[in-house]
Design a protein around this ligand. Structure first.
Ligand code: GLC
Ligand code: MG
Length: 520
């Protein structure tokens, strides 16, 4: 799966903002690099207080991105090429400019009042409880007109919908149906765990680990605003809506500890198909041992028959290149594409795009404005297609600046270079397609004599593949003869060798990872 941030992929009309026609033009590229599914961050009408995650109409396309017709063309063309299309569904909140909220706030007895979360002030005055917004500050906004507070777990222009109201539920399920009927293959569901809040509105405890300068969303333990027991019934209902259609997928955005995360598969696997596994996004220590522990913990926690998934980056986190550096980012790429389960790649990561430093006066992300240092603009910059003006992204002025290393870090240049990041990405997706052991085979960790090498086996029937990743800064030689006597190297992260290798004396250069086909 490949995540596209539509504002930044390709601008077809020169207004500086990427659009649907731009994406349609690049579907061939996605095929070329081995993508099966594209997920589009929100494309709906929106005042853009949170760049589309504040939706003012759930069943239309923002004119910046195009029209419903453009969308139909995109979906048809994608399907013709064998690609699936997943949309972002933003059910926790709408925009305050959504007609539902405009009605809801108009009076206390409006029929849509209860579609959002309204509360009286606390007994002594002030917000109803201590809940804080992920973006910083109280999660309650006083409405002067009606004297009550509405809840917004994000920006104050993103009022939370009340999912305890059956009418709201039905209206939102109809939104899903609208897009399913139009042919979309599934949804990535935004902040799924937050949809049900504590019915008694109890205060959240502060997080004792929080320090000045840490991101605002870590200040509180979200005990009463996230991952409440009632959520699972709602997720089952959502799944039932998806099940009204053939072959549709639901993916949940869930930043939870792994043992909580896996509960979203549902007790009868009747939850979301893929609760996003952000283990690699949150991993602090990129060392062989820590990565191995993460993979094993996740594998062990997965319910029987649950299909795993891995994510390396997205529009809310610094890019992998910046988190772990260029050399290890290649290892991470190999890891992502050789672990068991569906991998998700954030646009541009396949060419090693880096975060772009955005000066304060050009910062547009609401988080970046309230919490400088935690802005998400740096990872949302225009896709780098070629060495031409604006990296081939736009003929106008891009909404965010283009990276200044784009002359080398771009698709066209890397297509020509057999050792490029892009070449590595393509080789790995090609291997996934060719070798069943990689796509659906089993997973088993292997012990190695080196602390800096993480190795594992992927197997399907007679097919046995060894993956060995050297996270260290010196060369390592490991003996993996137990796994097989002969080996054929299919891919090195450095993209400069193939051919026979001896598993008994497998030599890995600093930061090198390999995929080896084993024979007895
Ligand atoms: C999710 C999105 C993020 C957005 C937030 C509010 O975390 O990924 O970009 O700001 O939800 O919708
Ligand atoms: Mg445009």
């Amino acid at each position: 799966m490949y995540q596209i941030y539509p504002r930044s992929f390709l601008d077809s009309d020169g207004d500086g903002v990427g659009d649907l026609r731009g994406i349609t033009r690049r579907l061939g590229y996605l095929r070329e690099i081995g993508v099966d599914v594209l997920w589009l961050s929100p494309i709906y009408p929106s005042p853009m207080a949170d760049f589309g995650y504040d939706v003012s109409c759930y069943t239309d396309v923002h004119p910046l991105f195009g029209t419903l017709e453009d969308f139909d063309v995109l979906v048809n063309e994608a399907h013709r090429l064998g690609l699936k299309v997943v949309l972002d569904f933003v059910p926790n909140h709408s925009s305050d400019e959504h007609p539902w909220f405009v009605e809801s706030r108009s009076s206390r007895d409006n029929l849509k009042r209860d579609w959002y979360v309204w509360r009286d002030a606390a007994p002594g005055g002030g917000p109803p409880n201590n809940w804080e917004s992920y973006f910083g500050g109280p999660a309650w906004e006083k409405d002067v007109n009606t004297g009550q507070y509405y809840l917004h777990l994000f920006h104050k222009k993103q009022p939370d919908l009340n999912w305890r109201n059956p009418q709201t539920r039905e209206a939102m399920f109809d939104v899903m149906r609208f897009w399913f009927e139009r042919g979309v293959d599934g949804f990535r569901v935004d902040v799924l765990a937050a949809l049900m809040k504590d019915e008694a509105f109890r205060d959240n405890p502060p997080d004792p680990g929080w320090r000045e300068g840490d991101p605002p969303f870590l200040r509180q333990q979200r005990l009463y605003t996230e991952d409440r027991p009632e959520i699972h019934e709602l997720v089952r209902e959502m799944r039932a809506v998806a099940n009204e259609y053939d072959e549709r997928v639901l993916i949940g955005e869930l930043y939870l500890p792994l043992d909580r995360l896996v509960t979203y598969y549902g007790e009868q696997l009747d939850g979301v198909h893929l609760p996003f596994n952000f283990g690699l996004v949150l991993l602090k220590e990129w060392k062989a041992g820590a990565v191995r522990r993460l993979v094993e913990e996740y594998e062990a926690l997965l319910p029987e028959n649950a299909w795993p998934n891995w994510v390396l980056g997205n529009h809310d986190n610094p890019r992998i290149e910046n988190r772990i550096g260029r050399a290890r980012a290649r290892l991470a790429q190999m890891l992502l594409l050789t672990l068991r389960g569906t991998p998700t790649c954030y646009y541009g990561d396949e060419i090693g795009m880096r975060d772009v430093e955005i000066p304060a006066h050009l910062t547009v992300d609401p988080v970046g404005k309230t919490a400088p240092g935690h802005s998400r603009d740096p990872e949302r910059t225009p896709m780098q297609w070629d060495a031409g003006p604006n990296a081939g992204f736009s003929t106008g002025v891009p909404w965010l600046p283009v990276a200044d290393d784009y002359a080398e870090a771009n698709v066209e240049a890397q297509r020509e270079d057999s050792r490029s990041r892009l070449a590595l990405f393509k080789r790995l997706t090609e291997l996934r397609r060719e070798l069943q052991a990689l796509s659906t085979g089993s997973y088993r960790s292997l012990d190695t004599s080196s602390e800096s090498v993480f190795a594992y086996l992927r197997q399907h029937e007679e097919e046995s593949l060894l993956v060995a990743l050297n996270f260290g800064t010196s060369s390592q030689e490991v003996n993996l003869a137990k796994a097989g006597k002969k080996g054929e190297l299919l891919c090195s992260t450095l993209m400069d060798r193939e051919g026979d290798v001896d598993p008994e004396r497998l030599a890995l250069r600093p930061g090198e990872g390999v995929v080896v086909r084993l024979r007895d």
